[in-house]
Design a protein around this ligand. Sequence first.
Ligand code: APR
Length: 311
Amino acid sequence: MDKKATVIGAGNVGATAAMRLAEKELADVVLVDVLEGVPAGKALDLTEAAPIEAHDSRIVGSTNDYAPARDSDVVIITAGIPRKPGMSRDDLLSTNMGIMETVTREVAQVAPQAVLIIVSNPLDAMCHVAHTASGFPKNRVLGMAGVLDSARFRAFIAMELNVSVENTHAFVLGGHGDTMVPLPRYSTVAGIPITELISPERIEALVDRTRNGGAEIVGLLKTGSAYYAPASAAVEMAEAVLKDKKKILPCAALLKGEYGIEDLFIGVPVKLGKEGVEEIIEIELQAAEKEALNRSADAVRTLVADMKRLG
Ligand code: APR
């Protein structure tokens, strides 16, 4: 492949993302982890599946050595510890903050031109750490949350109306967490707003389920958090960058006054291409939606302040 994608953290999300990147032949893939043998083992396993899955992406694994990641076009960072039952994303803050800082510094040294896609939670806060530790311009640091939250909303809309998921579009803004802001008005089925197809009470129920989508899966898995959909979401973003698609997706991006928010990573619609965030798209929000976005921004601001206190 003429592109290289590195995935830091060869756990559930990271290994699944590596598999999808390879199977879609988007890039050669490098898996990095702190665990001895695990990234190499998973990379070899995926390589041995390649003849059956019919792809020619090369996949290599590495323990703590970032040299194979040299000149990566995209780096997806999933390193950290996942949420356990009863744990909020915010509980992960102090541990994942240290991990994010270390790995981003390593990545920045070998792949100074890469676009970073942050997946580790608490997402919006981790984007701040990665942005500072990498020293990268704001367009090359973005967080995966909105694509996942929107996909969950789309899945629930399709289930509700018994229609193809492909007909559904949904927009979820704000921080990745309980304060996310699903926008039913901008969520459509074959172009028709769902507000014309689903009752307000049922929409509220779907919105609620979307907000708690991560916790619902943690509750079922018991020993970890969701990974199939998070990996799909990260790979959709990576694909937009690797193929310079100019695709509009909701991502955590550093706002500099857009939506009236200053110096904060938060989920908004962005145009994704080879430069990363090529444009932040400002959509018209109603007063209640704006208020919800501001509440979400306040929650992220609190986390950022907590990080300053912790470290
Ligand atoms: N460098 C590289 N890898 C690391 C480091 C580090 N400093 N610290 C931890 N890791 C690795 C772990 O060894 C593990 O293999 O990160 C991997 C995380 O994988 P899982 O524990 O399976 O977690 P996962 O479900 O993949 O979630 C990863 O994504 O969705 C978020 O909340 C989730 O923050 C979590 C992250």
